[in-house]
Write a protein that binds this ligand. Structure first.
Ligand SMILES: [Fe+2]
Length: 170
């Protein structure tokens, strides 16, 4: 027996699910910014900050991918399936894209665009909060460190979107 505690199947499934969800949300966030930008819905005053947020989403996606590959290779007691995670990521991304279409409707304006981004960032914060709580049960440093550092950046993204949403109507 290794010294680290064994985890129940359920705990491992939860971890897989949440990792898949945050991965899907990071991908959807990048697509959303690209799409809103190509629809000319980003105001020039906030475009730079929003594109910066998209770059960070890309770096989060890479960090989560590296984390998944590291922890599934090295930790024998952490039997997480990269396939299951990818499957959840795809489903989540699809749902998020669908939500954006529903929210924006036929003729969206730039304040609706920024409000949608705020909703998306809120979704990311919630999922990272939950993943952060789950991570604490696993006592795997790379997992908890990566998740808590991304969570802090997501909180900043959410605040930025809230500020921009307020500016867009003032
Ligand atoms: Fe974000």
């Amino acid at each position: 027996m290794s010294k680290s505690a064994k985890h129940s199947k359920e705990e491992q499934k939860n971890l897989e699910k949440k990792l898949g969800e945050v991965l899907g949300l990071e991908r959807a966030a990048q697509k959303a910014v690209e799409e809103l930008n190509s629809m000319k819905l980003l105001e020039s005053s906030s475009k730079k900050e929003i594109l910066g947020m998209k770059d960070e989403a890309n770096s989060h996606e890479e960090k989560i991918m590296k984390l998944i590959s590291d922890i599934s290779d090295e930790k024998e007691d952490l039997k997480i399936s990269q396939e299951n995670i990818e499957e959840t990521a795809k489903e989540t991304e699809k749902k998020a894209v669908k939500m954006m279409k529903t929210y924006l409707g036929e003729d969206p304006d730039s304040s609706e665009a920024i409000e949608f981004l705020a909703i998306a960032e809120g979704g990311e914060v919630i999922h990272y909060e939950v993943l952060n709580a789950i991570s604490k049960n696993f006592k795997v440093k790379e997992l908890s460190n990566t998740v808590s550092s991304i969570l802090k950046e997501e909180q900043k993204h959410l605040q930025l979107c809230i500020d921009l949403a307020k500016e867009s109507v003032s």
